[in-house]
Write a protein that binds this ligand. Structure first.
Ligand code: FE2
Length: 209
């Protein structure tokens, strides 16, 4: 028997399009590094679209394809977040670097919780030292009016529910290995911060307040 949900899934497949980013020359992060990384981002969008088509095809016979569908469903968050996290990441460097204003809406809120923006950054950088591949993320939890510095394995494991992302730093080796060795990843973190256009993160936070 064909279920309603199976019909809905096979009726149309919603495909994502890779986004374009207006990136300036970055200090400490080479053009080659950025291009390698953008190609990987495109790959995530392509993989997400391929997965959505696969799910639609497999859903034509959910009983016969139950095992394959199970695997496809489990892969969704990896591919979706692989695309979305990189979109958050590259937007943060768009146009030109601009510092975090201590008296701005975000700087003020971080200072209220951590004592200073420097204290927040120190904790964020400590989280970034977590071993393995993943992301360091600054979340803002509207339920508790609280920032959270969080480590995410891969792209999706450890994501906290219902808390939007204000800042996302890629800590996969592919994010820096054109320019740095793994032992030098603190230099990559320095460069990541140096190039940030904080007006992007101010804008994200302003929408959450
Ligand atoms: Fe990446």
């Amino acid at each position: 028997m064909v279920k309603h949900t199976d019909v809905a899934r096979s009726a149309s497949v919603q495909l994502a399009s890779p986004q374009h980013f207006e990136l300036p020359e970055l200090g400490g992060i080479s053009r080659e590094q950025v291009e390698v990384h953008l190609k990987l981002y495109d790959g995530y969008v392509a993989a997400l679209n391929g997965l959505r088509k696969l799910e639609a095809d497999l859903s034509q016979d959910v009983e016969k394809n139950a095992l394959a569908l199970d695997g496809a469903h489990r892969r969704c968050a990896f591919e979706f977040n692989g695309a979305r996290m990189h979109e958050l990441y590259f937007r943060q460097w768009e146009h030109k670097a601009a510092g975090l204003a201590p008296g701005g809406i975000l700087g003020t809120a971080l200072t209220q919780q951590y004592g200073s923006t420097a204290a927040w950054e120190e904790e964020f950088r400590t989280v970034a030292k977590t071993r393995g591949i993943g992301w360091t993320v600054l979340h803002y939890d509207r339920e508790q009016d609280l920032f959270l510095n969080v480590w995410v394995d891969e792209h999706h494991i450890g994501q906290h529910a219902g808390v939007p992302i204000v800042l996302a730093m890629d800590m996969w080796e592919h994010a820096y290995m054109v320019d740095y060795t793994p032992a030098e990843k603190a230099d990559y973190v320095d460069a990541f911060f140096r190039n940030l256009n904080w007006s992007v993160m101010e804008g994200r936070f302003a929408k959450l307040r």
